[in-house]
Design a protein. Structure first.
Length: 61
């Protein structure tokens, strides 16, 4: 069974875990409406995706 020869220092442990953090969501400004939306996602307000109408736009309440 493999057993570490030395204790991993907090610095080395932190360097290994540097990429494990949660990243915040990315938003882009829509070219047509100017609203913020997620990249590669349908704009739910207009129902457009890549210049095509794919959903019926939601009505405002």
């Amino acid at each position: 069974m493999a057993v570490p020869k030395r204790k991993t220092t907090p610095s080395k442990r932190g360097m290994r875990r540097a990429h494990d953090r949660l990243k915040s969501n990315t938003y882009i400004e829509d070219a047509d409406s100017g609203e913020l939306r997620r990249p590669h996602h349908v704009d739910l307000k207009s129902g457009m995706y890549r210049g095509k109408q794919v959903l019926e736009p939601k009505e405002d309440f």
